[in-house]
Design a protein around this ligand. Sequence first.
Ligand SMILES: Cc1cc2nc3c(=O)[nH]c(=O)nc-3n(C[C@H](O)[C@H](O)[C@H](O)COP(=O)(O)OP(=O)(O)OC[C@H]3O[C@@H](n4cnc5c(N)ncnc54)[C@H](O)[C@@H]3O)c2cc1C
Length: 350
Amino acid sequence: MGSALISSAPVALSSLTTMQVGGVPKNIITCQNTELLYKTVADLWDSDESFQLLAGGSNTVFADDLGDWTIVLVANRGIEVVSEDNESVLVQVQAGHSWDEFVAWAVENDYAGIEAMSGIPGSVGATPVQNVGGYGQEVSQVITQAEFLDQATGELAVKPAEFFEFSYRDSALKHGLVGVIGWVEFRLQKLGGLSVPMASGQITNHVNAPYGSQLPLDQVRQVVLELRSSKGMVVKKEDPDSVSCGSFFTNPVVSHEKSLEFPEEMQRWSMPDEDFVKLSAGWLIESAGIPKGYSLPGSKAAISNKHALALTNRGGATSQEIIELARFIQERVAARWGINLIPEPNLIGF
Ligand SMILES: Cc1cc2nc3c(=O)[nH]c(=O)nc-3n(C[C@H](O)[C@H](O)[C@H](O)COP(=O)(O)OP(=O)(O)OC[C@H]3O[C@@H](n4cnc5c(N)ncnc54)[C@H](O)[C@@H]3O)c2cc1C
């Protein structure tokens, strides 16, 4: 099993998260295989310690004062093809593997189904948590099962996708199901180097193809990386607008009746259940009078210059400054539109 790497050196969580905020925890335990990961977490469940699982740190905002917390770093990596036929391939990916490296691997090997989720930072094991998605694809479309250590039962088992109750940017893991994912299995399709039908007008318009077209996989990846970069949605050292957690709020889903209260020009998306409509949180924010680039007086937290939904750290912001800006936006949007914006990232230690 090997031993866990335990760091008691003062590593601040700001260096392990894309928002670059968060204080120094009591210690950080790095787990490079599933056995260690499960044992470490099970021991911590049996203790009174406050602890948090962390992988890529791209959807987590830590408080500034975390001196009593232990951090368990998910660092098991690897991709394994477990079976294949002429049409598809089943792939098991370790939880700590980089999501975008997995997408790049799939594109290189002509496996379709995740190409439009290129450039999303973070780990494979965190993708089920909020049913990660973008540009018309989400992981629930391709996840078949995952290995899961369940806190409530203490059971380690391979759970089918349905167990996680996926919906838009949501799963049971955000509603009381507590546990650790060790690996995730995906079914990807063999379509001769082409993508699955593209369910994103942004992608198809970009290449002048009809909605629903199947495009070369590497073309989809390049287009998505370009589109995402133009919005600060690819983490890059040289782009201050990418010092964020991506979208800070989820797009609110309202009844069809409620959606009729909003001006026609507001961007909105239909949902699989036709009684519901997804509204653009970015539009709600901007039309509540908060422009891109906005910051509260004297604060180092600001809305991205490229995307109204991303809160960014302009350098040396405290977590408190990020949270104050988020609260200000929520209050303004609630007062203007009667909509309660829900934060997407995990807010830890507040
Ligand atoms: C620039 C940018 C763009 C983004 N764009 C998108 C996007 O387009 N779509 C989208 O959906 N998200 C997006 N995100 C958010 C983020 O990338 C995803 O949520 C990602 O899956 C988080 O992975 P992570 O490993 O960084 O998670 P972390 O921040 O490390 O953890 C997130 C949560 O998952 C839990 N967790 C982590 N690993 C495990 C595990 N093995 N088992 C159980 N729980 C676990 C953690 O405890 C925590 O609660 C973006 C973020 C950034 C910074």
